[in-house]
Design a binder for this molecule. Structure first.
Ligand code: UDP
Length: 426
């Protein structure tokens, strides 16, 4: 490869999250979308972006192009197959070594950008070796996950060895990075409070949504496509099947609602739970939720669609009467923006980025996390008032059209890159 340092050539590290992977499973969600859009938009601004990720499937090519100026480069690290995030530590040195081989030990990049603790760990090594500016996005942080479990889980089981190693790594990344980009003010506060991160190191730049990707298909047509009854009242969830996503709260709320709403239906999108490609952790969570639904007496109105690629999601969003995001912990929550772009009323728990994106009573409704009673009240408000739903939807659409484009996100990030690069050359 060309080794000459290019004035606009950067390396990103997104180790567990291949931006070209299919979405909706343990390791593939918001981060994949974020990295992919960021790389594409940076390409439009004239940046060349190489995204390094772990080779997790023997059928994948080592190099794949995302757009004219951006590509994904898959490096071997451990077995060429699925490895849970918490087991990645021991493979990171091999990945870094393969990165060095890929660039022939001569660095062509002017900046390193890490994503999540694993990508940050590799970016940190690159920074130490080549002394180029180091930008970091955490996407989620270890201590807050633990605090969330302590707050909401009765048996609060936490894998301590993983948490300790992850937290130590996050501290190292915070210490050495030039700038940390947080998607919400809440993450910035957590970095300061739990990690002693200097305030001035963190810049808040919210996530984005590509409105063109969310066509406003007619609701009846969308329901036809999915074989859904026109008279049902559909509550939709979209996301990875993880405990912290709070799907259990929707199930408990459904028990309270089923006598009040005729034709109530709960539709869950996400999780590799069908076919040959089943993910064991997704499947376990699916079974747990099914069991809970049976216990709550709502098994018959709950259905799981499995994971869907973005191209198939508009029909789901457009079929819904209400879109619920019930997370216990949510650093940002891109799905909220997708719901808003799809003009479906959004109800979200008042945590993390959700409570910042949604202006309660104006662009959506917020409820108390893990409180089924609070959620069912909000759903009833929307069920009873079509006018409330249409006002929320209208305001939400205006809000995202004005403030949440990927172009906007990327321009702000490019300003950070430029200031670090020019600062360095002074
Ligand atoms: N998603 C998807 N298919 C699925 C489930 C989720 O495409 O079956 C996408 C969803 O549309 C969104 C992303 O995965 O773009 C989830 O991002 P979010 O920030 O809400 O959650 P995260 O995955 O980062 O926890």
């Amino acid at each position: 490869m060309e080794q000459k340092e290019n004035h606009k050539r950067i390396a990103m590290f997104s180790i567990h999250s291949d931006p070209l992977a299919s979405l909706g499973s343990q390791e593939s969600g918001g981060q994949n979308i974020y990295v992919r859009y960021l790389a594409e938009e940076l390409g439009r601004l004239g940046w060349e972006v190489d995204i390094f990720t772990r080779l997790d499937n023997p059928r994948k090519n080592q190099i794949a192009r995302i757009s004219k100026n951006s590509r994904v480069i898959r490096l071997k690290g451990g077995p060429v197959g699925y490895v849970p995030k918490k087991e990645l530590f021991s493979f990171l040195p091999e990945i870094f070594d393969n990165f060095l081989h890929f660039i022939n030990f001569e660095n062509p990049y002017i900046l390193f950008h890490g994503h999540y603790w694993d990508g940050g760990a590799v970016a940190l090594e690159a920074f130490k070796k080549f002394q180029k500016p180091f930008v970091q996005n955490f996407h989620s942080i270890g201590i807050v996950r633990v605090e969330t479990k302590k707050r909401f889980l009765d048996n609060g089981s936490v894998d301590n060895s993983y948490v300790e190693s992850r937290t130590e790594m996050e501290k190292e990344i915070i210490k050495n990075s030039s700038v940390i980009i947080s998607l919400a003010e809440s993450e910035k506060q957590s970095l300061i409070q739990f990690y002693g991160c200097p305030e001035e190191k963190v810049q808040v730049i919210r996530g984005g949504v590509d409105v063109k990707h969310w066509p406003l298909i007619e609701k009846e047509k969308a329901r036809d496509t999915l074989g859904l009854d026109k008279k049902s009242f559909v509550i939709l969830f979209v996301g990875r099947l993880e405990w912290r996503k709070g799907i259990g709260t929707i199930i408990s709320a459904a028990r309270l609602l089923r006598e009040k709403i005729t034709g109530l239906k709960i539709l869950i999108v996400g999780g590799k739970i069908f076919g040959r490609d089943i993910n064991a952790a997704d499947f376990k969570e699916y079974k747990r939720l099914q069991k809970k639904a049976e216990e709550e007496g709502v098994g018959d109105i709950l259905s799981f669609a499995g994971s869907m690629d973005h191209g198939r999601l508009p029909a789901y969003y457009r079929s819904a009467d209400v879109f619920v995001v019930p997370s216990y912990y949510e650093p940002f929550g891109l799905v909220v923006l997708e719901g808003m772009a799809s003009k479906v009323p959004v109800i979200a728990s008042s945590v993390g980025g959700l409570a910042i994106t949604i202006k309660d009573g104006k662009t959506g409704l917020l409820f108390e996390p893990r409180n089924a009673l609070s959620l069912q009240e909000k759903i009833m408000e929307l069920y009873k008032s079509e006018s409330l739903a249409s006002v929320l939807v209208q305001n939400a659409f205006e809000e995202i059209s004005k403030n949440y484009s990927w172009q906007n996100v990327t321009e702000k990030i490019a300003v950070i890159y430029n200031s670090l690069i020019t600062g360095e050359s002074k």
